[in-house]
Write a protein that binds this ligand. Sequence first.
Ligand SMILES: [Zn+2]
Length: 422
Amino acid sequence: MEGISWKGGNSAEIFKRISKDSGISQIQKEEFKNIFRLNVVTKHERYLGLPSMVGRRKISFFNEIKLRGLSKLSSWQSKKFSCGGKAMLIKAVVQAIPAYAMSVFKIPQGLCEDIEKAISRFWWGSFDTHRSIHWARWERLCHAKIRGGIGFREFSGFNQALNAKQGWRILHNPESLMAQILKAKYFKHSSFMEAKLGSNPSFVWRSILWGRQVLHKGLRWRIGDGKQVKISENNWVKNFEIPRANPQPSLSMEAVVAELIDGSNKWREDLIRTPLPKTPRPDKLVWHFDKHGIYSAKSGYQLAVNLKSPDRPSCSNISKTIWKVIWVNDIPEKVKIFMWRAAQNVLPTVENLWKRKIVWDPVCQRCCSMSEDVFHALVGCKFARKVWKLTEFYEEIKVMAHQDMLSVLQELTMKRGKKDIE
Ligand SMILES: [Zn+2]
């Protein structure tokens, strides 16, 4: 069948509509072709590497992506990489392979999990005939470095953040061909943010609406003339709550913000400190987590991950500076990762092996005086102290009593400075 393809952007959905819709005549097709300067193609199974029609072949297409990732991992497993090298390969290669397809489609959850499991096995050193202990859960590795993780990506969260970007494009480029076609089909009489899934929705539309969940959480109205924004229904104040100045009893639940602005373009309430433009202009949806109000997949990702696991502890500024101790130094990545493992207590100390029932006794095999945890193995044990004696840190180390390794590192950095640590 003859179809029309469009150079650039999210073409799959567009030319599915044009080529399949029986309501479009050949003459109209010609008109489209001339107006948008489109190429006519006879076969369009794939466009820019993505399938044009995602139907029953969905699983086989996504499986192809998975296999590409897995074959990379298995080709590396025969070689010896340091954990720093492995982290680099995972971030730069394996996580990047599906990124393009992920920006348009919602990848099946099972497939995301399969890739994550394979990465996890590679990272902890398992291969076909050998199983290693996974000392930390995948979720913990996925935390950002300043939150105590390694900074790997949670595929599903990243996928959702990328799909949210398509939604952001629809919102901010309503004149684009993609936005116009989707509007005509799915939200003719409402806004994109209120659009419903509709009957017989395409896979692309489903994916965009899934991404929209992130936008719903992270978008805020920037007040222009206040006519579109409902006081109690919409997010429009910077602290994301209904304004502290309670709506006056005379205002209905449907009241719009315009009713809080007086004739001289000033807020009617002293407590409302949202800045107003000098001349009234339409209200605008902005991304709350960016100072310029522009959506980015990076900040969308953080929100998508929080949506998935709302119990995840938020990161205070204090804990951010704590974990920085490890990552800001100019030392080899594998040493940083060793420090991270010590700080997270995910090293194979005798005590940790004992907890996993691999050895029968948690006592230190060298001094036989007490159980061997990370502090004892690296600092407290008299044999470890002998090693420290050969370094310039001995004065600080010898007075340290039992504490976690992160505070040991912090104390050393505080007393000796970053340069000495390096
Ligand atoms: Zn010992």
